[in-house]
Structure formats: C-alpha cells, structure tokens
Write a protein that binds this ligand. Structure first.
Ligand SMILES: [Zn+2]
Length: 196
C-alpha cells in the first residue's frame, strides 16, 4: 500500500437551499452537490435527495445522502493527495489541443470512480464502527447506480453515448464503491491504472 504523509484536514460541509456563493463562484441547486477545491468545502442542497429518488430512481434511505457526501469527501481526499491537480492539468490541455474532450472524459471517469471507491472506504469505516444499518449498503449502491452516466442519459436522451461519459456507468460506480468497501483503505484505489 502506498504511503501518504499528507496530514488530513477535514473539509467543511455547507448545506444550502436555492443558491450559494462559494470559493468557486456562485452556484444553485441545479448543479447538484459538489466539492470546491479553493475553499475545501462540500456544497449540498438537500433538495438533491428528492432529485435522486424521484428523478434518478434511487431507493429511499438515509444512506443515499451518506453516499453523496462521502463521494464529495472523496474529492477532498483526491485534492489533498494531488490527484485533482493532475486532472486539472489534463483539463487545461483540452484548450491547447494536446488532448481531445473525449480523451479527457476517460480521465474524468477514472477520477470520479476513485471518489466512489473512497465513498466505499467511508462506508466500511462506518461499518467497522458498528453504525452501518441493514439496508444502508443497498441504499448506497442504488444511489451509485442512479447517478451512472448510462442510466441518466438513457432516461433523459433515450440512449447512452459512452464518449460523453464523465462519471462512469452505473455498473462501474457500484463496482468501485464495493472495491473501496471491501478494501477499507487506499490499497486498491488507483483507478488510473488498468481496466475499469
Ligand atoms: Zn464527483
């Protein structure tokens, strides 16, 4: 397992309704939950819970939101460990033409699946503490499936276009969440190597 000497700093969680001003600019609930690297804050509009259930078809339950928050906290860990910077460097290369948008999307998917892996690590941590309730895991998996690119695209445009995927399929998101859950640490977290 790789050694990381980074000191962990907790992110801030900002719950808002409607719109919010953030270190990354103004945002409203339409953008969904996100993590802003500049102020190391997770922004969450609680109405996203209803969106997940009624629009994307996730199961109801408290662990649906635990998955969402843990995924965003995963982006915080990725930021502390320098992965987010690497993705941003790749993003800048789109404008210079060194990589195409489609190619960048493949890195984006791997980055997002890594956050799902980290969400799984959180779920395992909660389990080891004795707080995971029956049904929690299936709520998380149902949320992970609901926000898969293929399910969302099929629902809203009638077909899935893999070249435009930037978060991963439902299957991939569930798989990486479970990998993190089973490992419980960073040992398997390298989504950038090998097949996903
Ligand atoms: Zn994400």
């Amino acid at each position: 397992m790789p050694e990381y000497n980074e000191q962990y700093r907790e992110p801030t969680l900002a719950v808002y309704t409607g719109s919010v001003s953030t270190g990354c600019g103004a945002a409203d609930s339409g953008v969904g939950p996100f993590y802003c690297t500049r102020d190391q804050t997770i922004y969450l509009d609680l109405s996203f819970y209803d969106t997940l259930i009624s629009r994307y078809g996730a199961k109801q339950g408290d662990f649906v939101m635990s998955y969402v928050i843990a995924h965003e906290a995963g982006h915080h860990v990725q930021t502390l460990l320098g992965v987010t910077d690497q993705l941003n460097t790749l993003r800048q290369q789109i404008s210079t033409g060194s990589i195409s948008q489609t190619e960048f999307n493949t890195y984006s998917v791997r980055y997002e699946l890594q956050a799902d892996y980290l969400a799984g690590v959180v779920a395992r941590f909660i389990k080891d503490k004795g707080y995971l309730e029956q049904g929690d895991l299936s709520e998380a998996l149902s949320a992970a499936a609901a926000v898969g690119d293929d399910s969302i695209q099929k629902k809203y445009q009638g077909y899935a276009d893999p070249d435009t995927f930037n978060h991963g399929t439902s299957q991939q998101r569930q798989t990486w969440f479970m990998k993190g859950y089973e490992a419980g640490d960073l040992s398997q977290w390298d989504t950038f190597e090998g097949s996903i």
